[in-house]
Design a protein. Structure first.
Length: 210
């Protein structure tokens, strides 16, 4: 007969008791660790090959369901769009950062201004909590300004008028948005949070060719 499958709370281990027909009891214990600290179980099964396989299958499935339920990332998917405050046009490059003081999540800004946040990997979301948000975006100077490239590299003296010139790289957003301390952008993330659109000011020191 198959010994009934029964469980009791044991936070440190799972013990499989194999009860041979001879009446001897063999015990094997395996420590299980889970950050959710969910209680494990003690499962008693028969050593009849067919019944043993069925019981082990049910027991392993039970433990798998506990593990997947208790050890998930718990991240919230989040996406949005970054636009300029003056005309609503999208910021086409850069990154959005979400800082909760302990961890930093990031979303790469696409050419259409959209972003998707990732923490441990791209697009996996972020943990619920309060975040300070900031934006960093470096791109070619919209005015088309060129920088001479001398012998020591870009920005150095190039006395030869035929020396190559490079497009100047500048911050595209106002400097205050480059830091969590000065951006003034904040967000409370919970399970209902799905999108977060951001509006930024242009860099006032750049000549925008609009």
């Amino acid at each position: 007969m198959v010994c009934p499958l029964h469980c009791r709370k044991d936070p440190e281990r799972v013990i499989f008791r194999l009860r041979p027909y001879s009446g001897a009891v063999i015990q094997h214990s395996a420590a299980l660790r889970c950050r959710a600290k969910m209680a494990a179980s003690v499962c008693t099964i028969s050593t009849n090959p067919i019944d043993m396989m069925k019981s082990l299958t049910y027991c392993c499935l039970f433990l798998f369901l506990i593990g997947t339920a208790g050890c998930g990332s718990g991240f919230v998917p989040l996406r949005g769009t970054v636009t300029f405050s003056d005309d609503g046009s999208p910021l086409t490059t850069g990154s959005v950062y979400f800082d909760n003081g302990k961890a930093l999540a990031r979303g790469k800004i696409n050419e259409d201004g959209t972003y998707v946040v990732g923490s441990l990997k791209n697009n996996d979301g972020l943990a619920p909590g309060h975040y300070r948000v900031y934006v960093q975006a470096i791109g070619p100077d919209p005015s088309g300004a060129l920088e001479p490239m001398g012998p020591a590299g870009p920005g150095t003296d190039a006395s030869d008028a035929s020396a190559p010139r490079l497009r100047v790289a500048v911050s595209l957003v106002d400097a205050k948005f480059n830091s969590a301390e000065t951006s003034g952008l904040e967000l409370n993330v919970d399970r209902k949070t799905k999108t977060h659109d951001i509006v930024v000011d242009r860099n006032p020191h750049v000549k925008w060719g609009r």
